[in-house]
Design a protein around this ligand. Structure first.
Ligand code: HSE
Length: 369
């Protein structure tokens, strides 16, 4: 199988290295704006050199970003090529454009590395839904946030110190917003829900709260109550539809999520037959991510299409109520005062996230116990 690789950064280079020497697949062209010399592949600067090349069977998108990645992937699909990508923002933002095109062209479209990096999460959702109804997906899907929260909890660091460490280690970007504001997790839970439930969730109906405003005092208050703060995503089937949201969440010490260290992920689905199934591992990095891209390439060779049927549009309804730890001007009902913040009476997820929009310096964390 001849592969056209779009991008030669962290993931692209990893894919090139892992496929080198394989007999079943080879990267024959690499789209890269810089001048590179590769022993076994031709470096090209124009996407047409790949999408108009009939010898190229599959395109791997490893550029990142929305544009021109979307236009390039669409052109590849229109040309009848199979596509593998690790770009969760792309698949999430253009789900309703890409999936009908994949169906129309009858090609493979795989994105396992988009959620959980090297964890075989989306491919396991695909297997799981063949046998049972998946009722819930979610968990810790962002290694950067987990690294920051873990170091605040175990080392007593401030948010700023922990973020600086995450940046020094290459986990967080210079502008860390996509990770710390929960956007990366939001893409991942929407994509996971779409595949698990066979729908296309309207992203506007999925609220997200990040960890940017957490303080060392908040973490001390949680510790005093034997709680640990994690950024947790949730996608659920409800009686009459779906709910989905991303928010900092307080879990009891001793729960599996509370023990997730460093930059690891712990992602879980609940099924009506299997019950809880959890997946732990490296959610990012060159080789874990490239590993799952190559797994997808093997799945392309075996004729796998997408993970789930393309379902209709659905809105998440987040009327579910829970108690929250809140800091930053809460004037609703409260059940406890923790000094640094208060614990509310049960309030709906939608109402709490609306409150947060009006209080950009505030911090919320759901009380999961
Ligand atoms: N930045 C992400 C993380 C990896 O920290 O988990 C890519 O989705």
């Amino acid at each position: 199988m001849n592969i056209g690789l779009l991008g030669f950064g962290v993931v692209g280079r990893g894919v090139y290295e892992i496929t080198e020497g394989r007999t079943d697949m080879q990267v024959t062209k690499v789209l890269c704006l810089e001048d590179i010399q590769l022993p076994d592949a031709e470096a090209v600067k124009d996407i047409k050199a790949i999408v108009e090349d009939p010898s190229i069977h599959t395109v791997v998108e490893a550029m990142g970003g929305l544009h021109p990645a979307f236009e390039f992937v669409r052109a590849a699909l229109q040309a009848g090529k199979h596509v593998v990508t690790s770009n969760k923002a792309l698949v999430c933002a253009f789900y309703d454009e890409l999936l009908p095109l994949v169906r129309e062209k009858g090609v493979s479209f795989r994105c396992t590395a988009a959620v959980g990096g090297g964890i075989g999460w989306l491919s396991e959702l695909e297997r799981s839904r063949r046998v049972q109804t998946i009722t819930q997906v979610g968990g810790i899907m962002n290694g950067t946030c987990n690294y920051i929260l873990d170091n605040m909890t175990t080392q007593g660091l401030s948010y700023e110190e922990a973020l600086r460490q995450a940046q020094a280690l290459g986990y967080a970007e210079a502008n860390p917003s996509t990770d710390v504001d929960g956007i990366d997790t939001w893409h991942k839970v929407i994509l996971s829900s779409n595949i698990a439930f066979g729908v296309s969730l309207d992203p506007k109906t999925v609220p997200v709260a990040g960890i940017r405003n957490i303080t060392a005092q908040d973490v001390e208050a949680f510790k005093a109550h034997r709680l640990v703060c994690k950024l947790i995503s949730t996608g659920k089937r409800t009686e009459d539809g779906y709910s989905a949201y991303v928010q900092p969440t307080l879990v009891k010490q001793g729960q599996p999520e509370a023990a997730v260290p460093m930059n690891y992920n712990l992602i879980t689905f609940l099924g009506d037959t299997s019950e809880r199934m959890s997946f732990f591992g490296q959610g990012a990095g060159r080789y874990p991510t490239a590993y799952n891209v190559v797994q997808d390439l093997v799945d392309v060779l075996s004729g796998k299409g997408f993970y789930a049927p393309y379902g209709g549009k659905a809105a998440a309804d987040n009327g579910e109520t829970m108690r929250y730890y809140v800091r930053g001007g809460w004037d609703g009902e409260e059940s406890e005062n923790w000094g640094s913040g208060v614990i509310t009476e049960p309030v709906s997820v939608d109402a709490m996230h609306s409150w947060l929009k009006d209080h950009p310096d505030g911090f919320i964390a759901a009380v999961a116990c």
